[in-house]
Design a protein around this ligand. Structure first.
Ligand SMILES: [Zn+2]
Ligand SMILES: [Zn+2]
Length: 252
């Protein structure tokens, strides 16, 4: 007998369909024509349900409802109603929140564009390492020579470097760069007794477009090595290369 009561009590408990809380605030309300409404709201999460309180007589007239079980049935149906209501709300009322994913959608697109952009940049920048077939060594050699000859015309360009342009062979090479830097310049055969200047693929973009500032910097750098091999890569050397590169780029 006691266990029966216990199970009955268990059935009798209404719980919040959202968080499971069993304590509620209850607000009775009256409609225009005397209808009685009840608003219950969860103490814990604020989830609430408004329902019309049925008349006892009406309840008892329903099939299967007796004096003994009407309360249990009421709670059972209230529980169901509340759960349905919560589900309905979750389906329909949360719609405005979909404007948030819309915003992040823009962010996602932005991110995607950024990613694709950097991948493209990387591919185009490194393409020359992947495929020797897309390049035309002769036209690159020619471009290098054009740049060197234009350097001869630049008034602020040091004459000691102009001499080197005339006397040191400058050639385009598809050899693997010896330099350990990620971006390879024309480094620097002068260190192992090679007088000629090698300009590597990394001085060109895909489709053979020269990376002008890098190409000019490479030329200046290598010419300076030949003019003053004793400087190595010391600060004086860097300063000279920087100055002459700026001068050259301004006048080219
Ligand atoms: Zn709750
Ligand atoms: Zn160097």
């Amino acid at each position: 007998m006691p266990s029966e009561i216990a199970s009955q009590n268990e059935e009798l408990t209404l719980h919040c369909p959202s968080c499971g809380e069993e304590k509620f605030g209850i607000v009775p309300m009256a409609g225009k024509n005397g209808e009685r409404f009840v608003k219950i709201h969860c103490h814990n999460c604020g989830e609430h349900l408004l329902f019309q309180a049925p008349e006892i007589q009406e309840i008892l007239s329903q099939p299967g409802i007796t004096q003994e079980n009407w309360e249990t049935e009421q709670i059972r149906s209230l529980q169901l109603e509340w759960e349905e209501w919560l589900k309905w709300k979750q389906r329909h009322l949360n719609k405005p929140e979909s404007s948030k994913p819309l915003l992040t959608k823009y962010a996602q697109w932005l991110l995607a564009i950024l990613l694709v952009g950097s991948v493209m940049f990387f591919v185009l920048d490194r393409w020359h390492l992947l495929d020797p077939l897309v390049e035309n060594p002769e036209s690159r050699q020619q471009q290098i020579m054009e740049y060197s000859e234009r350097l001869l015309e630049v008034p602020c360009f040091p004459s000691i470097l102009k001499v080197k342009i005339r006397t040191v062979p400058i050639r385009y090479t598809r050899e693997r760069p010896v330099h350990k830097n990620w971006i390879q310049y024309g480094e620097a055969g002068v260190y192992w007794g090679e007088e000629q200047i090698k300009i590597h693929r990394s001085n060109f973009w895909f489709f053979g477009q020269p990376k002008e500032s890098q190409l000019v910097n490479t030329l200046v750098h290598e010419l300076r090595h030949r003019a003053n091999p004793d400087l190595g890569h010391n600060p004086k050397f860097m300063e000279l290369v920087e100055k002459d590169t700026v001068c050259a780029l301004k006048h080219l």
